[in-house]
Ligand binder design. Structure first.
Ligand code: PLP
Ligand code: COI
Length: 337
């Protein structure tokens, strides 16, 4: 069955598809995957995910190539990161084989929602792990539910590959250095909502967070990592409270390919004025060049109204690998069959 989605004007949002997949962890083991066409889950009122935030999610994208083959980008890294998040908040880990089976199955079941090559859209895959067993005291659940749904998506920032403006905040923190910022758990995103709303109200695409301990170093950029470029060097913050981005890790490799030096180290706010290009990177954001950073006192760092040269090269190279236009020399792409 065809569908009438206008692929090239798709926002980053939820679109109902045909199926999702689910499985429970009970009595110490994972069950087999169920296919569901319901968009709902039936959950115990005392489930730990509802009360104490035992929840982790992932996000990855599937792309249609010119050759009609569906490609997944670095899914094993998402499996690993979800295992790490599960460890971080004491949930049952989803084994890599089960993660793979689930994402391949849900993509295959929803093939008609994979946006066509050249549309600029992709199929966003959202694995989700939640504590489904009841507790009233603050304790980990005995039962977990792992689900994966998909949604065709366009660019995360409505600007697409155009510079966005960011609000640098000192009034809000997203995560603490010894807290959960390095895990992809729902609580971090709940903690980011008020600051994001403030940013949106001020006409900014998102928030740039400083480290919550010293308020001196750049942490990350809403749901994306931060990078800056100067003197032919790709520089990205090292911090214990940011999510290790798979896109950022890939861009470091690609920057080296392009002949840049790369550095992962603390990036002081004062360094912002010396960057030639800055951007946000992530699965949803891909590369979003940043045109301007403004703090709450009105202090401004301006980078330009057009994407920088190196950001553009990195963006094109990443997308070319993801869609199969460029050879997958790093072994990052798997075909979904
Ligand atoms: N930082 C945060 C807080 C995120 O939510 C994401 C998105 O997953 C990223 C960074 C980028 O990570 P990745 O490139 O693995 O999608
Ligand atoms: C992603 O880039 O996959 C994200 O998870 C970002 C976001 C929509 C939370």
């Amino acid at each position: 069955m065809e569908n009438d989605i206008n692929w090239s004007s798709l926002p980053f949002g939820y679109v109902k598809t045909d199926y999702n997949v689910r499985t429970y962890y009970r009595n110490g083991k994972w069950g087999s995957l169920e296919i569901s066409s319901s968009e709902h889950v039936d959950l115990h009122i005392a489930a730990t995910s509802l009360h104490y935030g035992q929840e982790s999610f992932e996000g990855l994208k599937a792309f249609m190539g010119k050759d009609g083959k569906i490609r997944l980008f670095r899914w094993e890294e998402n499996a690993k990161r979800m295992q790490n998040s599960a460890k971080g908040i004491l949930m049952a880990e989803v084994p890599t084989d089960l993660f793979k089976e689930a994402i391949y199955k849900v993509i295959n079941l929803n093939k008609r929602f994979v946006p066509p090559y050249g549309s600029g859209a992709s199929l966003y895959v959202r694995p989700l792990l939640i504590g489904s067993g009841p507790q009233v005291g603050v304790k980990p659940a005995n039962e977990y539910l792992f689900m994966v749904f998909v949604s065709p998506v366009g660019p995360y920032f409505k600007e697409g590959f155009k510079p966005v403006n960011m609000l640098l905040t000192r009034e809000f923190d997203r995560a603490a250095p010894l807290g959960t910022g390095k895990y992809k758990v729902g609580g971090n995103y709940a903690a980011s909502l008020t600051s994001m709303e403030k940013a949106h109200e001020g006409g900014f695409a998102n928030v740039l967070y400083l480290d919550s301990k010293e308020k001196k170093y750049i942490d990350e950029c809403g749901p994306a990592n931060f990078f800056g470029i100067k003197n032919n060097t790709y520089i990205t913050p090292k911090s214990d409270s940011i999510l290790p981005s798979i896109t950022n890790m890939s861009l470091i490799t690609l920057a080296e390919e392009l002949g840049l030096k790369t550095e992962r180290r603390p990036v002081a706010e004062t360094e912002l004025e010396s960057f030639e290009e800055v951007g946000a990177c992530g699965t949803a954001a891909v590369i979003s060049p940043i045109g301007k950073i403004v703090d709450e006192t009105g202090k401004e760092y301006f980078y330009g109204n057009q994407p920088g040269k190196i950001s553009t090269k990195l963006y094109n190279k990443l997308l070319a690998i993801q869609t199969g236009d460029e050879a997958d020399k790093f072994g990052w792409v798997d075909f979904v069959e």
